[in-house]
Design a protein around this ligand. Structure first.
Ligand SMILES: Nc1nc2c(c(=O)[nH]1)N[C@H]1C(S)=C(S)[C@@H](COP(=O)(O)OP(=O)(O)OC[C@H]3O[C@@H](n4cnc5c(=O)[nH]c(N)nc54)[C@H](O)[C@@H]3O)O[C@H]1N2
Ligand SMILES: Nc1nc2c(c(=O)[nH]1)N[C@H]1C(S)=C(S)[C@@H](COP(=O)(O)OP(=O)(O)OC[C@H]3O[C@@H](n4cnc5c(=O)[nH]c(N)nc54)[C@H](O)[C@@H]3O)O[C@H]1N2
Ligand SMILES: [Mo]
Length: 810
């Protein structure tokens, strides 16, 4: 999330697209509604009329999986109607840079596609540079090879008529939407786009978000008050989990993960460090990380134990769905599942369940027995044939343990233990510390090279006052970083060094524990309220702390709105409606109501890293916002149909789906076509339940509030199929069937797509057959494992299904 929830209240236009915040993020919703109270237009773009749509000024129904067509249409509208914020675009983004003369885009494919490897060679996507290594640019944006002209050309076919034909949004409605959003392409105006799973769970999930960032940069809406992209994250600590790298392809603080091609620390750093940006400090962050993990054993002479890091095979990915495929392939024998219920929560659930039955052993750490720990009781399983040994670890719940949550706007807040865990339950952290200690005991006598990463691991979290616990502040101090010579905490990531004299577990969190005993995540300074509800209006002089800088700690450096340099014009004078930062001429320094986000140089100077003082996006090359941003699936997002779609791609014939999509090869990975499965199906959440339902189906009052599994069916389709509200229906995809009750509704509308009537149906995801007070079929029996190449997320927001009335219920 680029912004802070308190700040979205400053928006002139709020777009919910791919988020149903009213049900899933009701606390966050209040800040978007604050914007509405102050006069903002709130628009909800969702295939379903949701509780969020009911709070919006305007609901725009459309076909799942067509967001890039719609957003691409907005980009085209902004350019053709000259709505862009030109000075922002020229000065702050890479729109003016010249791209390699051989770059091409042809009928759905970018230049460099290699059919044999299924990958792009990105050579022709590079910028042209001069003899000094600086990029060639045309500030008039007229050069045919500049990024802006490529964008203009590539999105030109995204006319309102074409957008309408693809998405089902009527032309006049789309134009009204475009006019409303594009009116914010001026200084002092801003729009915020809010998304969650409606954008991510697609084979082109990352590209959905990229399209919005391009639009927002063209409109000058990133880094300014009331602007940005508000990603509303899932569980309480999803943001923290990614920051600390519970991800296979990253080290903490987004430092990347070495692969077999990286021969040494120097080689890895040389190949993966983004030049002419703040990332040039990466060696300091990585060496400090290696020092945090391997302490005195990490020295300059041994590359700071770089060889201890596992190296990925370049031919493989190791994500969630890869694990289950690898189990089926016999390559993985044991699985540890902590706080997850993949037998219900993961796409193509039958495949996941079949994989569980092939394991030698399965460890499940959970609060409850669930469909995963008891998978052998599921339909189609024969326990007599299953050899898997299941080991349960009773987990302590959130109130039974100390620690921190990093919430959606990068804000880290400490929480204290309320009650002792019941019975033999322990916190997940306790298990982790114990496993580490016991592994170290087992390896203590070993001299084998493969055991050294564990033998030498720093694992010093004991609580001297409580032998049954570990010291959480010791963990926090390691994450923050410390001076390895004095042991004192560092004050922030600016103090980190690449010579082994500092250690730091996650550079972006540095500053959270700046002095011994000072835990900023636990800071609870309230801004002086000047409204009865405690919300502090920002004043032009910046005196009001409406961003609550004294509450918790937001990474990086306690900054609440990242890229906030963009809220001031190139000379440093605020041009956003509420000033966030400004150049203080008298004192020759940056100041603001937020922690300024720029390199410490005057607006008209160039920093030693090659970033100018008027370039706000300091993590990107030359500090320029990445309108052109190479990703494995293209330098720009373009409309592709989902893996399963009711229509051919109406823009590109050669390449209809995203070419980089990953699918698996197993008997479970089967696909449906629109003749057999004519309806577009989507899946979603309800307020009363949580994800796979284990934590809510087990609570009597929530189970009672929403007992039954159902499928939402547009009234017109129900009539066609002779289905009445409350009837039992069977929903079938190529992968399986579920029996649920029909909820016949006006909340889903028939859409005209490619000249044909198209229906979207929807199923919530919260039921399973085993745990809790209420049971139901597993929605993920239907969904496919077609995944996005960038982040390996599954396409569970859109697939094809059929529907029929059945006589018996369940
Ligand atoms: N009460 C409650 N709160 C929750 C959760 C819960 O289970 N229950 N889960 C938490 C978690 S883990 C997460 S990740 C978040 C998820 O939060 P959200 O993403 O808001 O949740 P969803 O309901 O999965 O999806 C949001 C909306 O996307 C729409 N949609 C479907 N397909 C498309 C599409 O192609 N494009 C667009 N633009 N929209 C589409 C759906 O109709 C749905 O209304 O919620 C969190 N909060
Ligand atoms: N079709 C479809 N599938 C989806 C989605 C969708 O929108 N559509 N959404 C996806 C998303 S965004 C998500 S996040 C996943 C969620 O899917 P899962 O993660 O598989 O499901 P949860 O129900 O969140 O599982 C959480 C488990 O952790 C346990 N638990 C709770 N607190 C603790 C704790 O402190 N420690 C331990 N050890 N255990 C604990 C709970 O009892 C529960 O069993 O589902 C994904 N699957
Ligand atoms: Mo999630």
């Amino acid at each position: 999330m680029t912004t802070a929830l308190w700040d979205v209240a400053n928006a002139d236009v709020v777009v919910f697209m791919g988020s149903n915040a009213a049900e899933n993020h009701p606390i966050a919703l209040k800040w978007f509604l604050r914007a509405k109270q102050k006069g903002a237009t709130v628009i909800c773009v969702d295939p379903r009329y949701t509780r969020t749509a009911s709070k919006a000024d305007w609901w725009i129904p459309f076909r799942s999986g067509t967001d890039i067509a719609v957003l691409g249409g907005l980009i085209n509208y902004a350019i053709t109607h000259d709505k862009i914020h030109r000075e922002y675009v020229v000065k702050y983004t890479n729109a003016s840079l010249l791209v390699h003369p051989d770059f091409r885009f042809d009928d759905g494919l970018f230049s460099g596609w290699n059919e044999a490897t299924g990958k792009y060679d990105q050579a022709t996507w590079a910028f042209q540079t001069g003899p000094d290594g600086q990029p060639l640019a045309d500030p008039t944006l007229e050069h045919p090879q500049c990024v802006f002209q490529h964008i203009k050309r590539i999105y030109a076919p995204y006319t309102p008529e074409k957008v309408s034909e693809i998405s089902g949004i009527p032309v006049a409605e789309f134009i009204r939407f475009a006019e409303t959003v594009c009116a914010t392409g001026a200084p002092g105006k801003s729009a915020v786009f809010t998304y969650a799973m409606g954008w991510t769970q697609h084979t082109k999930g990352v590209q959905n978000i990229r399209t919005a960032t391009i639009l927002q940069m063209l409109l000058g809406n990133i880094g300014v008050a009331g602007g940005g992209i508000a990603a509303l994250r899932g569980h309480a600590n999803v943001q923290g989990a990614t920051d600390l790298a519970v991800l296979y392809h990253d080290l903490p603080g987004y430092l990347g993960q070495p692969n077999e091609g990286h021969q040494s620390l120097q080689d890895f750093l040389a190949k993966t460090t983004t030049r002419n940006s703040y990332w040039e400090n990466k060696p300091k962050f990585l060496i400090s990380l290696l020092k945090a993990w391997w302490g005195e054993h990490a020295t300059a002479a041994n590359d700071y134990c770089f060889d201890y890091l596992p190296k990925m095979a370049t031919s493989e990915t190791y994500s969630h769905y890869d694990i289950f495929q690898s189990i089926l392939d016999g390559r993985v024998k044991g699985l540890v599942v902590v706080g997850q219920n993949p037998a219900v929560g993961s796409a193509n659930a039958r495949k996941v369940q079949a994989a569980l039955a092939k394991l030698d052993w399965l460890v499940v750490s959970d609060l409850f027995l669930n469909e995963t720990s008891e998978f052998w009781k599921l339909e189609g399983m024969n326990p007599a044939e299953i050899q898997t040994e299941v080991i349960l670890l009773p987990a302590a719940g959130p109130l039974e343990k100390e620690g921190s949550f990093t919430n959606t706007h990068r804000l880290i807040q400490w929480k204290h233990k309320m009650i002792e865990p019941m019975g033999q339950a322990h916190s997940d952290g306790w298990y982790m510390v114990q496993i580490g200690k016991r592994l170290k005991q087992l390896y203590a006598g070993s001299t084998a090279a493969k055991d050294l990463p564990i033998k030498h691991l720093v694992w010093d979290y004991d609580d001297p006052n409580n032998p049954d616990e570990f010291d959480h502040l010791k963990v926090l101090k390691e994450i923050n970083g410390y001076d390895t010579t004095t042991g004192a905490p560092v004050t922030g990531f600016g103090a980190l060094k690449d010579d082994g004299t500092t250690a730091c577990g996650c550079w972006i969190y540095s500053g959270i524990y700046p002095e011994e005993g000072v835990n900023k995540a636990d800071a609870r300074l309230r801004a002086a309220p000047n409204r009865p509800d405690g919300w502090t209006e920002a004043r032009a002089d910046g005196s009001a702390d409406y961003l609550h800088l004294g509450w918790g700690f937001a990474w990086p450096a306690n900054r609440r709105v990242i890229y906030n340099r963009a809220s001031a014009d190139p000379t440093g004078r605020p041009w956003s409606k509420v000033p966030l930062v400004w150049w203080n001429e008298a004192e020759a320094k940056w100041a603001g109501v937020d922690v300024p986000d720029m390199l410490p140089v005057a607006p008209d100077q160039v920093h030693a890293l090659g970033v100018r003082g008027d370039s706000p996006f300091i993590m990107k090359p030359w500090g320029l916002g990445g309108i052109w941003g190479p990703l494995p699936d293209g330098p720009l997002p373009v409309h592709y149909e989902p893996k399963e779609s009711p229509t051919p791609n109406l823009l590109y014939r050669k390449q209809g789906t995203i070419p980089t999509m990953k699918i698996y090869d197993s008997e479970f990975d089967v696909w449906g076509d629109p003749q057999r499965f004519p309806y577009v199906a989507t899946t979603y959440r309800l307020t009363e339940h949580l994800t796979s339902g284990v934590m809510t189906r087990t609570l009597p009052y929530l189970a009672e509030a929403f007992p039954r599994h159902f499928c939402e069916i547009p009234r017109e389709l129900a009539q066609l199929k002779g289905i009445r509200n409350g009837d039992w229906v069977e929903v079938e995809s190529a992968r399986g069937k579920v029996r649920v009750q029909a909820m016949v509704t006006n909340r889903l509308r028939p859409l005209r797509v490619g000249g044909r009537e198209t229906y979207v149906i929807g199923l919530p995801i919260h039921w399973g057959p085993k745990s809790g007070h209420v049971q139901g079929d597993i929605t993920n029996t239907l969904t496919p494992q077609a995944v996005d190449v960038n982040v390996q997320i599954q396409e569970s927001k859109v697939f094809l299904a059929d529907l029929r009335k059945v006589e018996v219920g369940g």
